[in-house]
Design a protein around this ligand. Structure first.
Ligand SMILES: [Zn+2]
Length: 405
């Protein structure tokens, strides 16, 4: 695993909110790309995690090509995840910055390959309390954008501990969380990795900076940090967090990951861990019905709709019994939970949103009638079935592939 700095220069425009006036005024905390490479002796695969808002199709393709030419890892075996930090620029905000991210991602992959060694994997789960559903459904069945303590949420943090020896300090720790990285909202004008950045540095410091932490964002389309704004006369959608709020979220996650990772290092368990994992990967492109004329926040995808169709790339990477299922854009939490249910018994499943592709919010069927921010997408209610069936099909393909070889 390798970590390389991708902090942009002061002066770059920050993305995520239209309300910001002017470019970044400072660096609150640095941004990184973290790459882990797995090799089973025959097949190599890489996971690329970026402290950035989103990675669109073309940017994702460029990162994959750069990594493939730097390391030989086939581009279909490279999965990409953005933390969705709202303290970062859009990937395409600046051509120099864009090229820098691509080059540094390839550099991180090259370093990771040069440090390959035998490891074992330990999986565990913990719980966080700072994330909350942001869709409140009123008496008429319509959605108002308000923090909803009764709404569906996923409070788990999934932890993958990677060890290269019997040490308290793991080689690296991967955490998977479902929560918009926007503790700092539009009022913030400084570059920040938001709570994932704080959590990563908390975990690394807990292990004397001898560990690298990786953050994977789940299906967080309708989930955000629980920062109520009622007392301050807000509209119920949540306040922009303070310094203390950011630390609260980052440390809550960081302490929980360290707790779980510590429990996973029981000597007797460690020595019994499997060290041979077969790697299988597959990719598919789904066709979603889409309406380019539909009003709303769908600007991201609108110009990429051709003939009433929007293309949605999905990816599956299987490492032993550990699955990474990747969807682009901002799928709502319901997708993550349903896909996990559909894959019950197959192993540990990390369902990720914010993978590379041209997609914004991806709601589930019932949300189209309810409305709300997440439903202002160009898709139609059929998208839920197309996505779930597409993932099922791809998972089947991966199972067949892994038996064949
Ligand atoms: Zn978002």
């Amino acid at each position: 695993m390798a970590k390389v700095d991708i902090t942009p220069p002061i002066g770059i425009p920050l993305g995520g909110y239209d309300v910001r006036e002017g470019p970044a005024t400072g660096i609150h905390d640095p941004l990184h790309v973290v790459v882990i490479v797995f090799d089973d002796g025959e097949t190599r695969a890489a996971i690329v995690s970026l402290d950035i808002l989103q990675v669109l199709q073309q940017a994702g393709d460029s990162i994959r090509s750069a990594i493939q030419s730097a390391t030989g890892i086939h581009k279909d075996h490279i999965i990409i995840n953005a933390s969705h930090t709202h303290g970062s620029p859009w990937f395409d905000a600046d051509i120099h910055y864009k090229n820098e991210i691509i080059a540094r991602s390839a550099e991180a992959a090259r370093i990771a390959v040069s440090q390959l060694r035998q490891v074992s994997l330990g999986y565990g789960e913990g719980e966080i309390d700072f994330n909350i559903n942001r869709r409140t459904i009123d008496a008429d069945g319509k959605c108002c954008p308000k923090l909803n303590p009764k709404g569906i949420c996923d409070h788990r943090v999934k932890v993958l501990r990677i060890d290269d020896s019997d040490s308290m300090t793991p080689m690296s720790v991967i955490m998977h969380v479902v929560c918009h990285s926007n503790v700092f909202r539009g009022e913030n004008t400084e570059v920040s990795g938001d709570f994932p950045g704080v959590a990563k540095s908390f975990i690394e410091r807990a292990y004397y900076n001898s560990t690298t932490a990786m953050f994977l964002q789940g299906c967080a389309g309708d989930i955000r940090p629980n920062l109520p704004d009622i007392d301050t006369g807000g509209d119920g959608y949540g306040r922009s967090g303070s310094e203390a709020d950011l630390t609260w979220c980052g440390w809550t996650l960081g302490t929980e990951v360290v707790r779980v990772a510590t429990q996973l290092r029981v000597h007797e368990q460690l020595i019994q861990r499997q060290t041979q994992f077969k790697i299988t990967a597959a990719m598919a492109t789904l066709e979603l019905d889409a309406d380019a004329e539909k009003p709303g926040q769908a600007t991201l995808q609108r110009d990429r709709i051709i003939g009433g169709k929007s293309l949605l790339p999905i990816q599956v990477l299987k490492i032993g019994d550990i699955w990474f299922v990747c969807l682009p854009g901002e799928p709502v939490v319901e997708y993550g939970l349903q896909i996990e249910k559909n894959m019950e018994g197959l192993g540990e499943v990390f369902v990720m949103g914010f993978s590379a592709g041209d997609a914004g919010y991806i709601p589930v069927e019932h949300m189209f009638a309810e409305g709300g921010y997440e439903a202002e997408c160009p898709y139609t209610p059929s998208c839920e079935k197309v996505v779930l069936d597409g993932v099922n099909q791809l998972v089947k393909e991966v199972i067949e592939k892994s038996i064949l070889f």
